[in-house]
Design a protein. Structure first.
Length: 107
C-alpha cells in the first residue's frame, strides 16, 4: 500500500489500495461489489463502478473492527476505470472505524 499526499485543495490524505478492499454499493439504478482503489476520510474511488455523476450511493465495506456503512455522491467518473465518491453521511461509529483504519495505514 502506498501513501499518497496531495497539494492544493485536498484537506485529507488518501491511501492507495493497489490490491484493493471490497465495497458493496448501490444507487443510481446500479449495484455491485467492487474494489476500492483509493480511500480517505472524505471519500473513495470505486473501480468498475459505472454509476453516473450525481448519483447517490449507499456503501458498505469491511474494516478491522466491523463494517462501515455510509452514503455518498458520485463526484467524478473515469470511463472504463470507475467513480470517485464523496461521503455525504456516516454515523459516528462508522467514522471512528474509518479513522482508525486510515491512521494505521498512513503511519
Amino acid at each position: 500500500m502506498s501513501k499518497e499526499m496531495f497539494c492544493g485543495t485536498r484537506r485529507y490524505e488518501r491511501i492507495s489500495l493497489p490490491t484493493g478492499m471490497f465495497v458493496a454499493w448501490y444507487g443510481g439504478g446500479e449495484q455491485g461489489v467492487s474494489r476500492v482503489k483509493t480511500l480517505g476520510m472524505r471519500g473513495l474511488f470505486i473501480s468498475g463502478c459505472d454509476a453516473p455523476v450525481g448519483a447517490n450511493l449507499r456503501l458498505v465495506f469491511e474494516v478491522p473492527g466491523g463494517s462501515v456503512h455510509a452514503e455518498g455522491i458520485v463526484r467524478n467518473v473515469a470511463p472504463g476505470e470507475g467513480a470517485g465518491c464523496e461521503f455525504t453521511k456516516m454515523a459516528s461509529r462508522d467514522r471512528v472505524l474509518l479513522e482508525r483504519l486510515l491512521r494505521r495505514l498512513l503511519r
